[in-house]
Design a protein. Structure first.
Length: 214
């Protein structure tokens, strides 16, 4: 690996290590840190009062007693506003090592708030995981090109558009979280953030930072 390439990748991961997803958290309590918005704080209240944090972790890490790993759950990744999370919460899962209770009386608003908070925790966690990946430069640029064409072309006409807009050290951060989370583009990227595999990100970076793939 040439020295210039090593420097390039070191700059990318060094920049992302300094970027946070939210402002500095408030005082931590038994259910974690206060959420940054009122709807998310309502969701945190449901999450904690339902004792979800005991099995799934206050930040979706450290799942215990047979509980699902919500940070990497495919079901959570496909969920839209609680449409998949809600039925599981209301029905419960009685066959786990420690049975998950059913919350059949939860309102649609409670389900939406809970799902929103779970997605928020997952976005925070996946950002940290993806920006902390080992810099092994094993991405497949051809696979990254196919991913870009199938998932990104709807908003981005070409990779050159991104390369012109963002200097190399910020590409990873912008790929994962490009701007305002409430904008249409921001919302779309947050969904991708939850669904990216580590290889997806490696491949996209390889494609976006190479001059060999058009």
């Amino acid at each position: 690996m040439r020295n210039g390439q090593c420097w390039f990748w070191a700059m990318i991961f060094s920049y992302c290590a300094t970027q946070g997803l939210a402002q500095a958290p408030g005082k931590k309590d038994a259910g974690g840190y206060p959420a940054p918005t009122t709807p998310l704080e309502r969701g945190r209240t449901v999450y904690v009062l339902s004792s979800c944090h005991f099995c799934h972790g206050i930040d979706l890490t450290g799942a215990a007693m047979g509980a699902a790993d919500l940070m990497h759950s495919a079901l959570v990744g496909r969920d839209e506003n609680g449409n998949l999370i809600g039925p599981v919460v209301r029905a419960g899962l009685p066959n786990l090592q420690t049975a998950m209770p059913q919350y059949s009386d939860y309102t649609d608003q409670q389900i939406a708030d809970l799902a929103g908070y779970i997605h928020y925790l997952r976005q925070e966690g996946r950002y940290k995981e993806l920006t902390a990946m080992k810099d092994d430069r094993t991405g497949d640029a051809a696979a990254g090109r196919e991913y870009f064409r199938s998932r990104c072309r709807g908003c981005h006409s070409s990779k050159s558009e991104i390369a012109k807009k963002y200097p190399a050290p910020v590409i990873l951060s912008r790929l994962l979280r490009p701007g305002k989370d409430t904008s249409p583009g921001g919302v779309a990227h947050l969904k991708l953030l939850e669904r990216y595999s580590n290889d997806d990100v490696r491949n996209l970076l390889a494609y976006l930072t190479t001059t060999e793939q058009p």
